[in-house]
Design a protein around this ligand. Sequence first.
Ligand code: BG6
Length: 481
Amino acid sequence: MSDNGVLFVLFGATGDLARRELVPWIVDLARRGTLGEPFRLLGVARDPAMDDAGFQKLVAESVTAAGRGGDDLAAWCGKHVRFHTAYEPGHYDDMARLVRSIEQDGGLSGNRAYYLSLPPSAFAQVIDEMGRVGLAKSPGWTRLVIEKPFGRDLDSAQALNATVHRAFDESQIYRIDHFVGKETVQNLLVFRFANPLFESVWNRDRIAHVQITVAEDIGIKTRGAFYEQTGCLRDMVQNHLTQLLTMVAMEVPAAYDADSVRFEKVKVLRSMAPLEEDDVVFGQYAAGVVHGKPVHGYREEGDVAKDSTVETFVALRAHVNTWRWHGVPFYLRTGKRLPRRLTEIVVTFKEPPVRLFETMQCRLVPPNRLVMRLQPDEGFSLLFDVKRPGEPLLLENLPLHFDYAEAFGALPTAYETLLAEVVQGDQTLFVHADEVIGSWKKYTPLLERGLPVHHYSAGSWGPAEADALLARDGHAWYVGK
Ligand code: BG6
């Protein structure tokens, strides 16, 4: 726990992710006392020109840029923030000494969170050096935080797990999938397991199909080099969308704790049928118009090959072969340069066995749907049919709606939540090694097959083949308002 304070050691501390996402939240949480007292932040990076004063300035700038500054920020950084350069083995011996002296001077009891904001290729050296100089163990707790990508296929994920397990036990490892830290995603489990009304219909008897859409209007921005090596399946589907799938499909855990929740998620992955070629559509955006502005195609983006066949869109149909879900398709889709930013889970319920009202020249009656909007405009709607007043008899599909902002105001960000959970020592919202492996087992064969990539215009909802995937089953993609 945070009782005797914590030393937060941030590797890759001068990098882009650290400056934009991590430093502002670490500092903000620490200043609010959420990370415990006393608190110290030690930035570690390869930069030989950086020192304590330079890093304190960088931290203050990042925090201010994130709108979390304040008059006392510089003084706070002067007291709480240190820096260490490390790029060769001897530097880790120095670091071990520095860590101990920071703890001693600050009255910390040895609780340490190590955050590797580094490319996975750098993990092995850092972890081995930490093990060698004794930093993997401490008088308090020691936790290791790592970010996706957790490998790029099954073999590399297994190798990465083996690397981190060389010095750290699984109970010390906090793998971040930031989607799981989003309030609306955490709420999925509350929604399902605190409300028996929904849990009682959450099965193959009542549900026709489930759709999970993670649409982005942005392109790949300046990440061409990364994206060419990664593609959408690795960047979004193997992790974020699959996490959402497991949370929708999992059984009731024995308890709301890390082991029980993650155990159930792994069971979903094990029950997923192998993905066949005709279950999956890959797409790549061509030039088009998004929000009224013309945008480049993927192949015209910086650091992208002119003949690239990397996918920027994936749609797929998954089957979870459990007693609860047998025969219920789960349709997943995600892509860049779609018409708008939208993350939504849509549960479509089965039609009534007798279509009483369709015989009376009413228009087709849409089925009941539960639309869970995870971002933006967080909330959910239960869509059902009502009679429009008057004659002739007409039905209208209308929502019962819940809106997060209306009920609670602004929501905490995923990083804010996850960083606090690391210090609390709760792994429920973090990804277990078995989940990583379970997921790669399903997706690696697809990557090895080299699927065709269909082009779609930027600003559309993806290639026509993605619509055909559902049309074959008599369904269509649903997009909330
Ligand atoms: C990241 C991906 O993990 O998630 C990005 O690498 C993607 O490509 C991002 O844009 C989406 O996250 P969010 O929280 O903005 O929906």
